[in-house]
Design a protein around this ligand. Structure first.
Ligand SMILES: Nc1nc2c(ncn2[C@@H]2O[C@H](COP(=O)(O)OP(=O)(O)OP(=O)(O)O)[C@@H](O)[C@H]2O)c(=O)[nH]1
Length: 282
């Protein structure tokens, strides 16, 4: 009885924490360990019942922790239940049957959880990545913004835009335009740090988020991007250029406000003749 109450409290607390924080990792580990401990306790006190509880136990482990950990914990559960219910297994006569059926149940858990993971990854890439360039889209930006607790840190936001892109489309066709966007996105990404994030918000509108950087460093990054763009992004042998408007993230500012300010700076860069960065004051 005390075990049941204890386990129920742990499960409830884990479910509440996972719901509140959206983080299922720690809760998954706690529940997985609880499953193993509970199976051992059931085996110790109720013997025969542990044999039955092992089946759902090993199945669910694969949905709670990574596969290797689930295999280890599953083996511990099977070994615990089998040894504590040795007598009920007919002194080992029923052991092969018990081991085979629980292992097959574990394999089912593994396959099903992997399929679920695979579907989730597919869904994420379909909904959060821009299909043309493979970088994050507007939804990914919203998701990151929420997950990271607003910007969380100091940094710079830049609105990036190719110059005279319409002309490329008009003169060379839409497919060439698409290829230019793809090459440019990969060129920019190759020049960034791991912590920087590039998003395509639509059309030829890109947002670059550079955490923990000041405006002088942002200027140096843009010069690198500018050089890389003119060297690697060409149409009919002619270099393509880009413009940017950058701002320092203000405390409490959301991404829409930051982007609106960066867009104003980008507009100034376009008005001033393109192929340049404008850093907004403040
Ligand atoms: N190939 C291609 N073109 C796109 C895509 N999305 C938007 N465009 C085109 O991008 C062009 C953007 O043109 P504008 O906004 O006038 O900008 P621009 O010609 O680059 O001029 P500036 O930005 O002022 O230098 C339009 O012709 C859109 O049709 C896309 O996914 N692929």
């Amino acid at each position: 009885m005390a075990n049941d109450v204890g386990l129920s409290m742990v499960l409830l607390a884990c479910a509440w924490r996972a719901w509140r924080t959206g983080d299922t990792r720690l809760s998954g580990w706690i529940v997985a360990l609880s499953v193993v401990v509970s199976l051992w306790l059931i085996g110790y006190s109720a013997r025969f019942a542990a044999l039955f509880w092992t089946f759902p136990g090993v199945l669910i482990l694969f949905f709670l922790v990574p596969p290797r950990a689930a295999i280890m914990l599953g083996l511990l559960s099977i070994a615990g239940a089998a040894s504590l219910s040795w007598h009920e297994l007919g002194g080992g006569e029923g052991l092969p049957f018990f081991v085979f059926t629980t292992v097959f149940t574990a394999i089912l858990g593994f396959v099903t959880s992997q399929q679920a993971q695979h579907r989730i990854a597919n869904w994420r890439s379909l909904s959060l990545l821009d299909p043309l360039t493979g970088i994050g889209n507007r939804r990914q930006l919203e998701f990151d913004f929420e997950q990271l607790g607003a910007w969380g840190r100091e940094g710079v936001i830049a609105a990036l835009d190719l110059d005279h892109f319409k002309r490329i489309n008009d003169e060379c066709g839409h497919e060439t335009g698409d290829a230019v966007l793809r090459t440019w996105a990969s060129t920019v990404q190759a020049e960034l740090r791991r912590s920087d994030r590039l998003y395509r918000l639509g059309g030829e509108e890109f947002l670059l988020w550079m955490p923990d950087i000041d405006t002088a460093q942002a200027e140096a990054v843009f010069q690198r991007l500018r050089t890389a763009t003119s060297e690697r992004v060409k149409v009919n042998g002619r270099s393509v250029t880009c413009s940017a408007g950058a701002i320092r993230i203000q405390p409490g500012e959301n991404w829409q406000q930051a982007l609106a300010r960066a867009d104003e700076a980008l507009y100034e860069a376009k008005q001033a003749g393109r192929d340049r960065l404008v850093l907004a004051a403040g």
